[in-house]
Every structure is written in C-alpha cells, then in structure tokens.
Ligand binder design. Structure first.
Ligand code: ZN
Length: 152
C-alpha cells in the first residue's frame, strides 16, 4: 500500500467515528483537566483538547470540535498516540510529526505507526495546518498546565 492509499484509508477510518471524541470534566478523583482551544482560520477548523495528567503521564485525553476530515483524523490519531505517554515523550512525538508534515524530504519513520499516514498531507500543502492544529493545541494545553504559567 503506498502512502496515498494509506493516507486516504487512515483519514476515513478516523472520521467514522473519531477516537476519544468528547470532553473531560475536572470533577472526580482524577485531578485537574488541562484544556486549550485551537483554530485554523485557513480552513475553519476549530477544536478543543482536554488532557488529564497523572504526574508526568497523560492519563486521559479527548478532543471535540468541528473541522475538516484531516483535522478530525489527525486529532483522533493524536489522542491514540499520546495516551499513556510521559510529557517528554509527547514532546518528542510532536517534533517527529511536525517534521513529517512540514519537510518534504523527511525520511519514512516506521516507528510512527499509523501517524506515518499523516505524511500524505504533504501532497496538499494548504492542508498541513489542518493536520498540525490538534498537536499545537495539545502543546498549548500542556504548557498552560505548567505551574509557573498562567494566562488567565
Ligand atoms: Zn481543515
């Protein structure tokens, strides 16, 4: 299966239905929920990412919002990929996905698993921001959770 087919299949699969769709509430024993909103004005994608941390580990993550198939699939893939990972591992994964999406000569990275399919978006440069939106939003949520940062 070539990248184009893989891309199409994964994008379709993660739209019906997207994984981890919905919101997380702060109530309960699980601790506070970190949250950020993302907007991609180029396409009109809007999404919110909710993360519950257990120490440095992503205990649970969900997203909601409305956007194109690429932004929805990317967010769905992201939630599956980062759940259970340590904050530092999430940051490394973000770097690799960002490279995959933005560098045309990025080498194939078999360890990315299904996320590698997002590389197909490079065929459509105008849509790269659709695919990166959820990752930037996750980053914002995690940074806002740092004890020293308050934007509110
Ligand atoms: Zn979009």
């Amino acid at each position: 299966m070539d990248l184009k087919e893989l891309y199409r299949d994964v994008i379709l699969d993660h739209n019906r239905p997207p994984r981890n769709f919905g919101r997380l509430e702060s109530a309960g024993a699980g601790g506070d929920v970190l949250h950020a909103d993302g907007h991609n004005p180029l396409c009109g994608d809007r999404l919110s990412v909710y993360v519950r941390m257990n120490g440095e580990r992503v205990e649970d993550i969900r997203f909601e919002g409305s956007g194109c198939a690429i932004s929805t699939a990317s967010a769905s893939l992201m939630t599956e990929a980062v759940k259970g990972k340590e904050r530092a591992a999430v940051a490394r994964l973000f770097d690799r996905v960002h490279t995959l999406l933005t560098r045309h000569d990025a080498p194939a990275d078999a360890t990315l698993g299904k996320l590698a399919a997002l590389g197909g978006v490079r065929e459509f440069p105008a849509r790269v921001k659709c695919a990166t939106l959820s990752w930037h939003t996750l980053n914002a949520a995690l940074e806002r959770g740092a004890a020293t940062v308050s934007t509110e």
